[in-house]
Design a protein around this ligand. Structure first.
Ligand code: CP
Ligand code: NVA
Length: 311
């Protein structure tokens, strides 16, 4: 049986994605009630390799803790400690990891490296952020939207009745929200200046330039950093200038649908892409989002490994 991967999130069909979200809710609820959810036998005693070629706080912590909660062991592999950094090929790395661990999750630069790892190995590969995509973040964000708007979901948990406006740089997080959100029925608008917008051909998202027009009718406004880890640092000033009008503040939230919430994948730069008032205010679900990374990733790990309810 060929391994299941999570490279862009589009590997998930609607039924798969909604089942992953249901499982994530169940894992979270069981833990909150003090019941330790059953660990899938398929994960017990297995190991998951975590490779981080870029910094991380949330992804690393939520993966390490999540893997432990699933009854498996995580193996943190830093790039400077791997032979990959001394010229060993991605192919050989994939072949060796496949002999030891149940799955590999990686944060890296080019999506091509991730694709090569998946093509050359015989174990599932999970994308923990590349320059192009951040699917684990998007799945956690859908979980957060379901929690925030329980009365607006379809009978299958679908988000077809909800509209999210991503405001700022059309980057990896925007792309994954557009791609993965669409699978769950979410209407996604990406509001960005022309030079920082997604390619119109790559997603079904609505692309808008004007912040106030773009957020009209949105149930959630979403911010991310203006300078991503994969961006050339020399472009930072130009980015801050171009993206200045795309800050999420209370006035922009007022221009969205009544009851709209603010989301941010974090890390935040209060005063840049979001105001401190919104980041710590009562209209945000940002800190729930950060927690939901763990619950969503546990369900995703079970899905790629065909473990637990996905066996
Ligand atoms: N949102 C997110 O992926 O955070 P980290 O970079 O801290 O992992
Ligand atoms: N777009 C950001 C997301 C950080 C979680 C980056 O790639 O740095």
């Amino acid at each position: 049986m060929s391994p299941r991967h999570l490279l862009t999130g589009t590997e998930l069909g609607r039924d798969d994605l909604l089942a992953v979200l249901r499982r994530a809710h169940a894992l979270k609820a069981a833990q909150a009630a003090g019941r330790e959810p059953e660990h899938p036998a398929a994960l017990r005693g297995r190991s998951v390799a975590l490779i981080f070629q870029k910094p991380s706080t949330r992804t690393r912590v939520s993966m390490e803790v999540g893997v432990a909660e699933l009854g498996a062991t995580s193996l943190l592999l830093r790039p400077d400690e791997m032979q990959l950094s001394r010229g060993e090929s991605v192919k050989d790395t994939a072949l060796v990891l496949s002999r030891h661990v149940a799955a590999v999750a990686i944060r890296t630069h080019a999506d091509a490296l991730l694709e090569e790892l998946a093509a050359e190995g015989s174990i599932p590969v999970v994308n923990l952020l590349t320059d192009g995509h951040h699917p684990c973040q998007a799945v956690a964000d859908l979980l957060t939207l379901q929690e925030a708007f329980p009365d607006r979901l379809g009978p299958d948990g679908g988000l077809d009745d909800l509209r999210l406006a991503y405001v700022g740089d059309g980057n990896n997080v925007a792309r994954s929200l557009a791609l993965v959100g669409a699978i769950a029925g979410l209407q996604v608008v990406v509001v960005a200046p022309d030079d920082y917008q997604l390619d119109p051909g790559e997603t079904a998202a609505t692309l808008e330039r004007d912040p106030r027009t773009g957020v009209a009718g949105a149930d959630a406004l979403y911010a991310d950093v203006w300078v991503s880890m994969g961006d050339d640092a020399s472009t930072a000033d130009a980015r801050r200038t171009a993206l200045g009008p795309y800050r999420i503040d209370d006035a922009l939230l007022d221009a969205a649908a009544p009851g709209a919430i603010a989301l941010h994948c974090l890390p935040a730069h209060p005063g840049e892409e979001i105001t401190a008032d919104v980041l710590y205010g009562d209209r945000q679900r940002i800190w729930d989002q950060a927690e939901n990374r763990r619950h969503a990733q546990k369900a995703l790990l079970e899905w790629v490994l065909r473990a637990g309810p996905f066996a």
